[in-house]
Structures are given as C-alpha cells and as structure tokens.
Design a protein around this ligand. Structure first.
Ligand SMILES: [Zn+2]
Length: 334
C-alpha cells in the first residue's frame, strides 16, 4: 500500500459513526455493503440531480487565486449551478506573482482569466478583494473576515466552496488564511452584533448553511461529488487560466516538444486546442495529477466509488435538531 493510501485510509476510515443522511447524496458502500464512516459521519456520494432543486439558493465559490476553484472544485461548482444555484466567484488575492512579464501584467492577466473562469462555470459575477499575492498572512484577519461577512449578507449566501482550513500540509498562506476567514465569517454573518452598521445600510444577519471544503493534501473528506456530467465544463474552466496553471498551453507545448523529438502522443490529438483539452483531462485530472500533491486525481477518486470523475470535500451543514424530531414524535395536544 502506498504511503498516500495509508494516510487516506487513516483519514477516511475513522471509526466513529454518525448520521449519514444527506440531501441529494447517497451513502458510499464497500463491496461487503458496509457503510463507510469518518469521524464526521458517513461518506456520502453526491450525484447529479435532475431539474433545478437548488433554485433560489446562492453559492459563493471563494478562491485565493484564479486557478484554485477550477482545479479542485470546478466540477462541483458547475454541477450546483446547473442544478439551480445562483453563484458568485470571490477571489481574495491579486495573483500578481504569477504569469509572464511584470507583476502589473500578472495582475491584469489573472483578472481577465478569473472573469473567464466565472463565465466557464456559469457564475454570475466576480468580486476581487485584491490583497497582495503570497502575503495574505500579513493582513488583518479581521479586515478579510469583515469583507466576507459583508458579501455573505449582501449576496445572501447559502453555500460556500473554499479551501479546507483543516487540510494538512498546506504550505501557501493565501490558501489557509482565506480558508480560516471564510470559516469564521460563515457563522458570524448570521449574528446581529458583528458589524451592526451593516443593518443600518439595509443588510440583515445571514449565516452560511452549507460548506464544501477542498484541499490539495490529506483531508478528512466525507463527501464525494460525481462530476462526470460536467467534466468538460471543468476542463474549460481550467483552460481559462491562461496566465497560470495548466490552461496556459501546456498541452500544445508538450505536443510541440514531442514533435521536435520526432514523437507523438495520441492523447494530444492533432491540433493545439485538442492537445490543451486532452492534456488537462489525461494528465492534470488523471494520470499525472500535477497540482494535487500526492492526493488522488479526479479520475482516481471517481474510480474508488464507481464513478468516472469525482471531486472530494469535507462537507458541513447544520445538524438536524433531534429536539424537534423528538417533539414531533412525542408531543401531544394540550
Ligand atoms: Zn492557489
């Protein structure tokens, strides 16, 4: 057993059972038909749902950098939008440290890419908080949290997708600082004593109910989302990151390098556009898993659950009230 499988097994296979009943989800079963549990409850497989069951709900996809959501959660964002959510893309940094040319050019080009990511995923609007890239651990946590609370109240956000604050071995401060601010802003936005001046401007307390947290390292994952029906949309969102990430012509470049050596990979097709798409599908999301730092690729995650492509998350939603359930079962009329 490879090291990463051991880690995954330890994190995914915690012994404590919990209630695994989730809306739009289905419990994962082992070949022996035993439910799998984590310390956060049963692992749930969330499949595509017909129709628009999420109509009226609001999703915020929150990323430090233009390429984070496309790589780790692009399929789930596309799926939830397809199922009726209205979605927004919030980017916390200006991405100035990436891309060719100067930092200033990096800011502009990533801003353009980020808009293209939003279009590819069907998101309605982007919000750029524009903190400096690689320096998010130097800003005031309260400033970032306050801006997120404002947006959660303004947009009436029901569900967030972001990095997992509790994912292991994350080395990028932009990632873990954003994740920590999101986690705290989700519940503080629902209280009436944090930033009360918002209410004078017409906003109301509004807490975030559901959270999908992704990680690029070991993680307590309790939700597997089937993204097979939207995989091509995920590929287009990744391709939108021309300035950084594998959207920037890696497939075409590999094809050219091989041609110079008198070689050809059938996977890359016969033109640059096909090479770009197929490179992402075949190598970024499957065989090579470039950006996933030793965690399974979308193809590998899917294969474990009998799916073609899947993303994994630590998913949180409010616990159902056992008191209310008890009252409905036992209370009698006066
Ligand atoms: Zn990033």
């Amino acid at each position: 057993m490879r090291r990463r499988e051991l880690i995954e097994g330890a994190l995914l296979g915690g012994a404590l059972a919990g209630s695994g009943i989730q809306a739009f989800g289905q419990s994962a079963r082992t070949p022996g038909n035993q439910a799998q549990f984590t310390c956060q409850g049963e692992i749930v497989v969330e499949r595509a749902v017909p129709g628009k069951p999420h109509t009226g709900k609001v999703l915020a996809a929150i990323q430090p950098h233009a390429d984070d959501v496309p790589l780790f959660a692009g399929g789930t964002v596309a799926k939830l939008i397809q199922e009726g959510y209205t979605g927004y893309l919030i980017r916390t940094t200006n991405d100035e440290m990436t891309g060719l040319g100067t930092r200033g050019e990096g800011v502009l080009h990533n801003e353009q890419d980020n808009e293209a990511v939003a279009r590819a995923l069907g998101l309605k609007k982007t919000y750029d908080l524009s903190y400096r890239n690689h320096r998010l651990d130097a800003i005031s946590p309260q400033d970032l949290r306050g801006r997120l609370i404002f947006l959660f109240r303004l947009l009436q956000v029901d569900t967030v997708i972001c990095y997992d604050h509790w994912g292991l071995y994350e080395e990028n401060p932009d990632h873990y600082v954003t994740a920590a601010a999101v986690e705290s802003a989700c519940w503080m936005a629902g209280m009436d004593k944090d930033y009360p001046e918002h209410f004078e401007a017409g906003l109301k307390p509004h807490g975030v109910k559901e959270k999908y947290y992704f990680a690029r390292g070991p993680q307590i994952a309790n939700r597997i989302v089937d993204i097979s029906s939207v995989i091509d949309q995920k590929v287009e969102a990744i391709r939108a990151n021309v300035t950084q990430g594998p959207g920037g012509g890696n497939g075409a470049q590999l094809r050219a390098r091989l041609q110079a050596r008198g070689l050809r990979l059938a996977d890359l097709g016969s033109d640059d556009e096909t090479a770009s798409r197929n490179y992402i599908k075949r190598f970024v999301l499957d065989y090579d898993s470039l950006y996933q730092r030793g965690v399974p690729s979308d193809r590998e995650i899917g294969a474990r659950y009998g799916l073609e492509w899947a993303e994994r998350f630590h998913y949180i939603r409010p616990a159902e009230s056992r008191l209310e359930a008890y009252i409905s079962r036992h209370a009698v009329a006066l």
